[in-house]
Ligand binder design. Structure first.
Ligand code: ATP
Length: 791
């Protein structure tokens, strides 16, 4: 086809493309190398697409014989350099050239671009992580031409070759039929006209280095580079001229096709060596050759011992387009139960996708790259390809014996795929336990990212619960982190419970100060300190570890296991103490029931220094669960349960606390005779008791129902202890506002003074004077910062 006369169509770039190109050109100067990797990666994608399409539409393969990527560098007499990168992939129609290269389809692009535009670090990390793709060409080229022929298909039986052309400084691009006609057969050819300061990329050695560094793993299709080199060969003409006449005929003889019999050949060879001794004249010639740059077998086919860490890392980064290095990997070969042999590498990325915790149990798995005999088939293995908790793992797997033309539908029903799920999960768990046992430093890093994933996994994945739970770590009152197994190794003689304390959002050091672990800590018992909302969910699902039940130390039922007294004796002692404290217990019981703070009052066995605590019954909610539930919809749906469980609390009093003993004395001193009652003194006592109970609530992690009322009571008690009159009023008079005045100030129409104009967040800030209690001006405080202080 001759399209040389067809009009060129000029299109404006979509505005985001223009922005992206500008950022790329301005901020990535020192990362220019990336252009080649990006273009090779696009070429690989196009070839993979072609291969995949050919499984159902074989005619797409016509047009060009091989599937490969070729690179050629050229220099003209004026010193201008060009790089030409060609692939025989799926190609693009003129419409595709325009949409694919003239618009950005990525979601969140605009927001991302704004961030990148204000990124002043200059190291290009942000933009690098985004994936520049095709636009990175403009880092080294001031003009880029993309010629492309789409693969032949039933929809497009006669594809034509079109060109996309754009300059680095232009805000538009042109699309036109290639005046050369269909030179490609199929695929895409990108010509980069190198900028004068990027001519070094026009050197084959630079290209070889770049491909080795960034792209040797990015494709399983061969990458060829066109090379030329000088070679010295015998100068036949010169030799012919110099040779004596009789020798010349001998040479002619030797150049004849060899005779069939062996003798002739021997003779021939002898003649040649005689000639060589005469030191022939040499002349330089240019040898042109296509050399393959990625001739090594793919990394997963190699012996793991022969692959360096760096190779594993680069392979990962190139394959999964992650700018960060992975935390760990596992390279193995195996046979599936159904007799398919395969090789695989499993990678643990160094971070979780931002979206993971938004919907952690979504079952999308898009990073298992399945290949059959080195050929990429798909990375979409359907919904249940991995257990949900593990949907972040990145895997390449290459099967030997699957039929090459498996479609996605048939693939999902193959036995192999079902087995693959089990195989990957098992190996991943092996890899994780190995890091746990052998590399504490790396394990810390893995825990930072995946600690909560393991808890979630143990809850969700029943089959692997044991293994996942064995990966989980918690802080305790004795050490920063311990696994459940380590906890059991450290348990005391007779201890038959795993102690834990949970309070959402609290740090381990805060939890360690809780009243609930006073005694345990003082006696040297280890208590798991759980501050993450998932922790308690994990524990309540697991229930026991190695048959030992978990015990919430904020709940009834705690046992040390080394009690000096037998259960009967203990009961007896408890009964004696209860008898001794009976007046106080009964008096308090009335108080707490009236206030709804607790269901009962009992003598405590768990307190050492604190006077009292509120403990949840076995059927009640701990402070932590109460918080969790009150902030969720569960409360609405199970209102009665919630009300019931909320009330299942017990006030425990410490019989050894002087405060409790003092209170007992005061109660005992109350006159029995109605007539002698002193209502004022009793009210005072009641107030002390309520403050004590409310304090216990707060100390135990619950909240008081009416904090204002609580502080009014505290206030009264403080006054009493200071000897200040309880009734003396605080002067609460304030200066009233002036009378209503709808009149506008005189200069209301005048323009606003600059200073009063809204700041960047849309809030007005101005200066106010803050006056201390003696009436002195403290300093000028803008209203905004004052508001924060109040918070
Ligand atoms: N060599 C090629 N052959 C066929 N299509 C291509 C080729 N190069 C680019 N394209 C098309 O142009 C689109 C845009 O390419 P670009 O490199 O900008 O982004 P991407 O490859 O989609 O994403 P990224 O490179 O950031 O991962 C591609 O999605 C693809 O459809």
């Amino acid at each position: 086809q001759d399209g040389s006369n067809a009009p060129k169509q000029r299109h404006a770039y979509q505005s985001d493309v223009a922005r992206l190109r500008k950022i790329v050109i301005n901020s990535l100067y020192s990362h220019r190398d990336v252009f080649l990797r990006e273009l090779i990666s696009n070429a690989n994608d196009a070839l993979e697409k072609l291969r995949l399409t050919s499984l159902t539409e074989p005619q797409v393969l016509s047009g060009a014989e091989n599937m490969n990527i070729t690179i050629k560098v050229e220099k003209d007499e004026q010193g201008n350099g060009r790089i030409i990168i060609r692939d025989t992939g799926i190609g693009m129609t003129p419409e595709e050239l325009s949409t694919n290269l003239g618009t950005l389809a990525k979601s969140g692009t605009s927001e991302f671009l704004s961030r990148a535009e204000s990124d002043t670090t200059g190291n290009g990390n942000l933009i690098g992580a985004f994936g520049l793709g095709f636009y990175s060409s403009f880092l080294v080229a001031d003009r880029v031409e993309v010629a492309s022929v789409a693969a032949k298909s039933s929809n497009n039986p006669n594809p034509a070759q079109y060109v996309f052309s754009s300059g680095a400084d232009e805000n538009s691009f042109e699309i036109f039929p290639d005046p050369r006609g269909n030179t490609l057969g199929r695929g895409t050819e990108i010509t980069l006209h190198l900028k004068p300061d990027a001519l070094e990329y026009g050197d084959t050695n630079t290209i070889i280095d770049l491909v080795n560094k960034h792209s040797s793993f990015s494709t399983s299709f061969p990458i060829y580079l066109y090379t030329t080199r000088m070679e010295m060969v015998p100068d036949e003409e010169a030799q012919t001229e110099a040779k004596p006449a009789e020798e010349k005929s001998e040479v002619e003889e030797a150049e004849k096709p060899a005779a069939d019999d062996d003798e002739a050949v021997v003779e021939d060879a002898e003649e040649k060596s005689a000639e060589e001794k005469r030191e022939p004249r040499l002349k330089p010639i240019t040898v042109e050759e296509w050399i393959q740059l990625n001739s090594q077998p793919p990394i997963w086919m190699r012996d793991p011992k022969a692959v360096t860490d760096e190779e594993y890392e680069t392979f990962y980064q190139a394959t999964f387009k992650d700018y960060e290095k992975p935390h760990a990997w596992y390279h193995f070969a195996g046979d599936s139960g159904s007799g398919v042999s395969f090789r695989a590498i499993i990678y643990v990325p160094s971070r979780l996708d931002d979206k993971y915790w938004q919907n952690p149990l979504e079952s999308v798995t898009k990073d298992i790259r399945l290949m059959v005999k080195r050929v990429f088939i798909t990375s979409d293995l359907g919904e249940e390809a991995l257990p949900k908790w593990a949907n972040w793992v990145k895997v390449v797997v290459d099967a030997e014996d699957l039929p090459l033309n498996v479609s996605r539908e048939t693939l999902q029903s193959t036995q192999f795929l079902k087995q693959l799920k089990g195989i990957i999960t098992k190996r991943l768990l092996q890899l994780l336990s190995r890091i746990r046992d052998e590399d504490p430093e790396k394990w810390d890093k893995v825990q930072e990212v995946y600690g909560n994933v393991f808890k979630l996994g143990a809850v969700e994945d029943f089959k692997n619960r044991e293994k996942l739970a064995s990966l989980v770590r918690f802080a305790t009152n004795q050490r920063n982190s311990t696994t459940l197994d380590e906890y059991l190794e450290n348990k005391k003689k007779g201890q038959s419970q795993i102690f834990y304390l949970a309070d959402m959002g609290k740090s381990p050091s805060e939890l360690a100060k809780s009243v609930f672990i006073e005694k345990l800590h003082a006696r040297g018992y280890e208590v798991l300190l759980l501050g993450d909302p998932l922790d308690e969910v994990f524990i309540t699902n697991i229930r026991r570890w190695k048959k030992i039940p978990f015990q919430d130390v904020a709940k009834a039922g705690l046992k040390f296991g080394d009690e000096d007294l037998s259960p009967e004796e203990e009961k007896e002692e408890q009964a004696l103490l209860t008898e001794k404290y009976k007046p106080l217990i009964e008096w308090l019981r009335k108080e707490v029931r009236v206030k709804g703070a607790a269901r009962d009052v009992v003598i405590s066995n768990r307190l050492v220094t604190s006077s009292c605590a509120i403990v949840a019954d076995e059927s009640g909610y701990t402070a932590n669960l109460e918080k969790l539930i009150s902030s969720s919809h569960a409360q609405q749906n199970h209102r009665h349960m919630w009300e019931f469980a909320k009330k299942q609390k017990v006030l425990e009093i410490n019989p050894r606390s002087p405060l409790i003993e003092g209170l007992l004395k005061r109660i005992e001193q109350l006159p029995e005779d109605e007539a002698e009652h002193d209502p004022e003194a009793e009210e005072e006592l009641r107030e002390v008791a309520t403050v004590l109970v409310d304090g216990a609530l707060v100390r135990s992690g619950f909240s008081v129902t009416d904090s204002n009322d609580f502080f009014t009571r505290v206030d009264r008690i403080l006054r009493r202890s200071l000897g200040v009159s309880e009734t003396a009023p605080t002067d609460t008079t304030v200066k009233p506002a002036p009378p209503v005045d709808p009149e506008l100030p005189e200069d209301a129409d005048a323009p606003e003074p600059e200073d009063d104009i809204v700041d960047g967040h849309g809030e007005i800030s101005w200066a106010v004077e803050e006056i201390d209690e003696f009436g002195n001006v403290v300093q000028d405080v803008p209203v905004e910062s004052k508001r924060h202080d109040e918070l």
